[in-house]
Design a protein around this ligand. Structure first.
Ligand code: ADP
Ligand code: MG
Length: 495
């Protein structure tokens, strides 16, 4: 393994701390006065444009609420699609039996099985596996991608041990979590609107992704029934609600981002009176497409225009894991060109798109050593900056903080937008009792500063008293269990 890969991956550094110390890149003497002089105005301008004081946050929260309403009123009425999930009853706890889940995210896919034991025993046993999606499949054909997923699923099913057992007369059923925008047509069908998060698989947009999955299942001779198609935010909400009935909203912050919430049927004019038993349903906001009032910079605009989906998913491009590292890289590139921040020669790797990842930012922000050794290592290993000065390392940390703070505070404002929308429709529903927002995704899970700034922004917007009732909680693996629970709730065999 090269030094670069050894250091670059993951957010944890405890096990390799000693080795890293040995590898530490010597800190160059302080940044020259001329170098600093050229960096300062760029940094100042960046901070000003990324600033998210209360009025900016409030505008974003209010716009989120307004755009949600517009998207509920008519199809196409807003950036926000406000997609009906067809999940109108959440798991009750009574679900029984063996169920599978398959989660296609942006970076990984996961397979999971769970033996459900009803109200008393709940989750008797569960196992899961995670496989990273090879880069080339993101640009391949639908058949290649789905065959890859199904072969992973088939290997997992083969390993099913005697701890798991199917009820007599039933066959395996699976909940399919698909974390891309889908126009849901029933609980077990939905058309891919478009790929996001850098995916450009040919032939899938406009098709029912359950049909794509079923075709691959047939090609590979795997006998399993897809009983629910759900978005990852929706499965997270279902999984978290299984344990805590006060969960009303779920937010994903991983490679991409999305949110969903429990909505009243009468608040959805575009449904035009369709009958729904429970009077409630989960709405998949697809909030990655939100765009109103975002404080954007030249770096965001350039990244967007060079992306495979220019003009789309602007909220996602400002707040989610796929993009934060790339924004910082673009800032550093400009600084390196304009100054001697990284010495006299321009580090070529700084020109490679996406060479700096969000886990890199996270590792750099955790570095509290006097010499900022870890920052120095990442700069040298991933960007080819041979000897960075302490001043340059501090500047890099400062930029990471600026971009991450903006993203996380905007995510917090988005959450408040959802909460206040529901509260406005039904005073007291949210703010006068315990309300839980279930959070999931690698970015939220692994980035302490991101979590901190997000909660801080929610508290600023809501005020201390209301914030006491709002609990923003990480639900680990809620999504997989949630999809399996929804598969159980929609089982053909356990009606
Ligand atoms: P997906 O979004 O593909 O379903 P995850 O929820 O696991 O998958 O999120 C993966 C994303 O989380 C990565 O693309 C990365 O942006 C972010 N991430 C993972 N680890 C870290 C980390 N240590 N620090 C910051 N962000 C991280
Ligand atoms: Mg995911």
């Amino acid at each position: 393994m090269s030094r670069a890969t050894a250091v670059a991956v993951g957010g944890s550094f405890s096990t390799t701390a000693r080795r890293r110390r040995e590898l530490a890149v010597p800190v160059r003497c302080s940044l020259s006065a001329a170098g600093l002089a050229a960096v300062a105005p760029i940094l100042r301008d960046l901070k000003m444009k990324c600033d998210t004081p209360l009025p900016v946050l409030r505008h974003v929260a209010n716009s989120m609420s307004a755009d949600m309403r517009a998207g509920l009123a008519t199809n196409g009425g807003s950036d926000l699609k406000m997609i009906l999930s067809y999940v109108d009853s959440l798991p009750t706890g009574n679900e029984l039996g063996l169920f599978y889940a398959l989660d296609l995210g942006g970076t990984n896919f996961r397979v999971l099985r769970v033996q459900l034991g009803g109200k008393e025993e709940r989750i008797i046993d569960t196992e899961f596996e995670q496989v990273s999606i090879p880069q080339e499949l993101m640009y391949g054909t639908t058949e290649e991608l789905f065959d890859f997923i199904v072969s992973g699923l088939a290997r997992f099913v083969e390993k099913e041990s005697t701890k798991f057992h199917l009820a007599e007369g039933s066959k395996r059923e699976i909940g399919f979590t698909f974390s891309f925008p889908v126009k849901q047509t029933s609980i077990d069908s939905g058309i891919l609107i478009k790929w996001t998060k850098g995916f450009a698989v040919s032939g899938t947009a406009g098709r029912d992704v359950v049909v794509c999955l079923n075709e691959a299942l047939v090609r590979q001779g795997l006998d399993i029934r897809v009983s629910a198609l759900v978005n990852d935010a929706v499965s997270t909400l279902a999984g978290a609600h299984y344990w805590d009935e006060d969960v009303k909203v779920a937010v994903i912050l991983g490679t991409g981002t999305n949110a969903c919430y429990v909505e009243s049927i009468e608040a959805i004019p575009k449904l035009q009176g369709s009958a729904y038993g429970s009077g409630k349903t989960i709405i998949n906001i697809e909030w990655g497409a939100f765009s109103t009032g975002l404080p954007l910079t030249e770096f965001d605009r350039e990244m967007d225009s060079e992306s495979i989906n220019p003009g789309e998913q602007l909220f996602e491009k400002t707040i989610s894991g796929m993009y934060l590292g790339e924004i910082v890289r673009r800032v550093l590139k400009k600084m390196a060109k304009a100054s001697t921040l990284f010495g006299d020669s321009f580090p070529e790797k700084l020109s490679v798109p996406f060479s700096l990842s969000t886990p890199h930012l996270c590792t750099m922000q955790q570095d509290d050593s006097g010499d900022l050794d870890k920052v120095g290592l990442i700069l040298s290993d991933t960007l080819g900056v041979k000897n960075s000065s302490l001043g340059a390392r501090k500047t890099v940390q400062d930029i990471c903080d600026t971009i991450v703070k903006r993203g996380s505070r905007l995510a917090g404002a988005g959450i408040v937008g959802i909460l206040q929308k529901v509260e406005q429709d039904s005073i007291g529903q949210i703010f006068q009792k315990r309300t839980v927002v279930a959070m999931d995704g690698g970015l939220y899970e692994h980035y302490p500063q991101y979590r901190h700034y997000l909660k801080e922004a929610v508290a600023e917007l809501l005020g201390v008293e209301v914030f006491k009732n709002v609990f923003i909680e990480h639900t680990k693996d809620g999504s997989g269990i949630g999809a399996a629970l929804l598969a159980a709730a929609n089982s053909k065999y356990f009606a």
